[in-house]
Design a protein. Structure first.
Length: 121
């Protein structure tokens, strides 16, 4: 794969990661795909942070899968027979998203401090 292909994967991943925020429930799939593309781009480039991106992607994937599974059962809390504690595994989704965003923002500030662009290193 050429260097520009990595860049397209990386930028598309960022756009999807941010674009999914407009609707966090249905956008969760978009966010998961975006995180997956970021992870793929970092693994293909042998990025030093690729394992952190992989961890974040795993957390997002598990949180989103659990979110849809618990929704298919009727949810938790309120009138549901399941307590609020059933929602705890969903936290993996926003925590994984936050990890991705923190790394990306950190890179953007690091690149701007050096006078470069905020693309994968």
């Amino acid at each position: 794969m050429k260097t520009k292909s990595y860049r397209y994967l990386y930028i598309t991943g960022i756009v999807l990661l941010i674009g999914g925020l407009f609707d966090p429930m249905e956008g969760s799939v978009v966010i998961a795909v975006g995180s997956g593309l970021l992870t793929l781009a970092t693994f293909l480039r042998h990025d030093p942070k690729r394992n952190v991106f992989a961890l974040a992607f795993g957390m997002i994937a598990v949180g989103v899968a659990y979110l849809f599974w618990i929704s298919s059962l009727g949810g938790f809390g309120g009138d549901s027979p399941r307590s609020w504690w059933w929602g705890l595994p969903i936290l993996a989704y926003p925590i994984g998203w936050l990890i991705d965003v923190i790394i990306l923002v950190g890179r953007a500030f690091k690149k701007s401090a050096r006078g470069g662009t905020a693309s994968p290193s």
